[in-house]
Design a protein around this ligand. Structure first.
Ligand SMILES: [Zn+2]
Length: 313
């Protein structure tokens, strides 16, 4: 362990491959504001640990904040209570509330574009360094940036599933149907709506919003994303575990980016890596639930950090 880590720099617990954490802190070398970046040392440690290893990236909402999609779990985030699965399937009233909000929020989600962090991950995949991406994000921005080996743990907000016949259809098509059924609705609530990670938006006036049913069977349509209170489909979990397990065989490392690992759906993969003695680097602004399991913690933004990593790995 580094002695007397200065405030603002977090150092992971000592592990055999935590070379960076084992080195003594060199101390401030300059009073220039540029050198006061608290985690430059950690970034150096991340590079040392990750260089030459195949990687799997586990990403969360913090990666997409630079694309204008707010992270509702990040530091200083507004409080928000998402709709649970039980509530959604309780009946048309809840579904009207969900789809009315989503109808307004969709425009913003649909126009979001990948940022430098997504592009860095895609570049690392093209370079053969990143072997797979496990994302908790439903925004589809990894694929938009060019990543191919992506496991959308929580589904994709761009897809809609029928709860009757399970048919998957594009969200864009539903948006057109909802617009036709509810002319002027988006305009009536004004532009000052707040988009959420799941494409939801906060508004209260949903009375009179008309729902669209499945064109095939008339069933209830649900966004094809995992709601709170709903389990991630088993095959997805298994494929993600397989990616992590392969790291153990290939002397690889797990790179967590932009996730506070608040929910078990993501944290379990960090635990698995730790069990298999696969090194873990976490890049996230603020503390995460996986900090105790990490070899190196980089308390910086994803876009700048991943860009820096992609430049040297
Ligand atoms: Zn159907």
């Amino acid at each position: 362990m580094a002695p007397a880590a200065p405030a603002g720099r977090r150092v992971a617990g000592a592990r055999p491959h935590a070379a960076a954490s084992a080195r003594p802190y060199p101390g401030p070398v300059s009073t220039s504001p540029l050198s006061l970046e608290p985690d430059t040392d950690a970034l150096r440690g991340a590079v040392e640990l990750l260089t030459g290893r195949p990687l799997v990236a586990l990403t969360g909402a913090g990666l997409s904040t630079d694309s204008g999609i707010p992270d509702y779990r990040g530091p200083g985030s507004p409080r928000r209570t998402p709709m649970t699965y039980t509530e959604f399937v309780s009946g048309p009233e809840a579904q009207r509330r969900y789809w009315a909000r989503s109808h307004v929020g969709w425009a913003r989600m649909a126009h979001a574009e990948p940022n430098a962090g997504h592009r860095a991950v895609a570049a690392l995949e093209q370079a053969g360094v990143v072997h797979g991406v496990i994302t908790q994000n439903v925004d589809g921005l990894h694929r938009a940036a060019g990543s191919r080996a992506v496991i959308d743990l929580h589904g994709r907000i761009g897809d809609v599933v029928c709860l009757g016949c399970r048919r998957i259809s594009p969200r864009d098509a539903l948006q057109e149907r909802l617009a036709a059924l509810n002319p002027g609705f988006v305009e009536s609530v004004g532009p000052a709506v707040e988009a959420a990670p799941d494409g939801d938006a906060v508004l209260t006036e949903v009375a009179g919003f008309r729902l669209a049913a499945c064109t095939g069977c008339g069933g209830v349509l649900k966004p094809d994303v995992v709601f709170f209170g709903e389990n991630v489909p088993r095959d997805r979990v298994d494929r993600a575990y397989a990616l992590v397990d392969a790291l153990a065989a290939d002397d690889g490392a797990l790179l967590v980016a932009g996730s506070s690992l608040t929910v078990m759906s993501g944290l379990r993969f960090v635990r698995r890596a730790r069990q298999l003695d696969v090194p873990v680097v976490i890049v996230n602004r603020g503390a995460t639930r996986g900090d105790d399991l990490a070899d190196v913690l980089v308390d910086r933004g994803c876009s700048e950090t991943l860009t820096a990593l992609a430049g040297v790995l």
